[in-house]
Design a protein. Structure first.
Length: 388
């Protein structure tokens, strides 16, 4: 199989076969790659899954464990998903950087790309998809065993015809002479990328684009100086940071009460309006007794027969300055505490159903932990030499 597309030439979804690579998706931050075999099985916290039951299913299917304690999705191994599950031989580039690189390098079917620093093959896989079906990626790795492992992995993933892997020290030797003036784009992920810039200038076609990945700004400075000396222009250095959100579907005011309380305290008028609409606008105003799962607590003062209501949720207990204005001279309402009066107050109006539908909302909740700085991406373009 190939990691390029989950669809057949006719546009239909591919079906899982023996030997296929499948991404087992449990949730957005938990997924693994498995190779399908007739007698194989997959086990996680939901129980056992038998692969023979997966054979013939279309990619994207939802399957339950034998114990029926949970389910997973069987996804096609696109380059994006492969980046999240591949075996790390080195540190890798992730989706935000990869997308920026493929876009800024202006890759298209038929492009010739040179890459130095194959590593785990994360970026290389996406480069291959961008230039398929008629382009070529020439990738070079300093470490011999990593180069062999990467070549084997590309072949298994159906990318062998698009990717050529070679063990070579690009910093010392530069790119091979047979690639001079052949490349549409060059990418370097090296400790000293400035050392390879003279070779990059020989390999890039006029108006070709260069990209270098460097963790330190000092590396960027030296690389830009070398690029400028070789006639490159249009320099641009960026840092790409990804902010992920988790999408949750829950009842209004039922899920992220802490966030909403904070927004109310900051003076969000919409939340104040919602809080008053439900709670009556006063301090301690709770929702009506018809709302399922919401309780009102009453404390009866035996001396004056007054009832003090406490709000049903933390969101409904407002500070005094957040509550609706109250006239100082307004008379206090005396509540009757007889059984008949209490029953009459709790009863819904005639003709109305006691069951009230609770509003459902979809929330985008920012994930607390995320990746920080990975590195700087430096782009430059080889200037066209117009000879008169």
């Amino acid at each position: 199989m190939s990691l390029l597309s989950p669809l057949t030439p006719s546009g239909e979804t591919k079906h899982i076969q023996i030997g296929d690579l499948v991404i087992v998706y449990e949730r957005f931050d938990s997924m693994k790659s498995v190779t399908i075999s007739e007698n194989g099985h997959y086990q996680n916290r939901y129980g056992n899954f038998y692969m023979k039951q997966w054979i013939g299913l279309p990619f994207g299917s939802k399957v339950s464990s034998k114990q029926d304690k949970g389910y997973v999705y069987l996804l096609y191994p696109t380059p994006e998903l492969w980046t999240l599950v591949l075996k790390h031989r080195t540190q890798i580039l992730y989706l935000a950087d990869i997308a920026t690189i493929c876009w800024q390098l202006e890759l298209k079917p038929g492009s010739i790309v040179l890459e130095s620093g194959t590593g785990s093959g994360s970026l290389t896989t996406s480069l291959a998809r961008a230039i398929a079906p008629t382009g070529q990626v020439h990738t070079f790795e300093f470490h011999e065993q990593r180069a062999l492992d990467a070549a084997k992995e590309f072949e298994q993933n159906g990318l062998g015809k698009l990717i050529t892997v070679e063990q070579r020290n690009i910093e010392e030797l530069g790119f091979p002479d047979d690639l001079h003036n052949k490349a549409d784009a060059v990418f370097l992920d090296l400790p000293g990328p400035w050392k390879a810039i003279p070779s990059v200038a020989k390999c890039l076609k006029p108006d070709g684009v260069f990209c270098g990945f460097s963790p330190c700004i000092e590396q960027v400075q030296k690389t830009v100086e070398a690029l400028n000396a070789e006639g490159f222009r249009a320099f641009n250095t960026v840092e790409v940071l990804l902010r992920e959100y988790e999408i949750v579907n829950d009842e209004e005011f039922g899920g992220n009460e802490l966030l909403e309380k904070m927004l109310m305290q900051q003076g969000d008028p919409k939340l104040h309006h919602r809080g008053r609409a439900r709670g009556g606008g006063g301090r301690g105003g709770g929702r009506g007794g018809g709302d399922e799962g919401r309780e009102k607590k009453a404390k009866i003062d035996n001396d004056n027969d007054n009832v003090e209501e406490k709000g049903g949720t933390a969101m409904e207990v407002h500070r005094e300055e957040d509550s609706a204005p109250v006239e100082e001279d307004a008379p206090k309402v005396q509540h009757e505490t007889t059984a008949a009066a209490t029953a009459a107050a709790a009863a819904p109006p005639q003709g109305q159903n006691n069951d009230t539908k609770r509003e459902s909302v979809v929330r985008a909740r920012p994930i607390v932990q995320g990746r920080g700085h990975t590195g700087y991406l430096t782009f430059a373009r080889k200037a066209v030499d117009f000879k008169m």
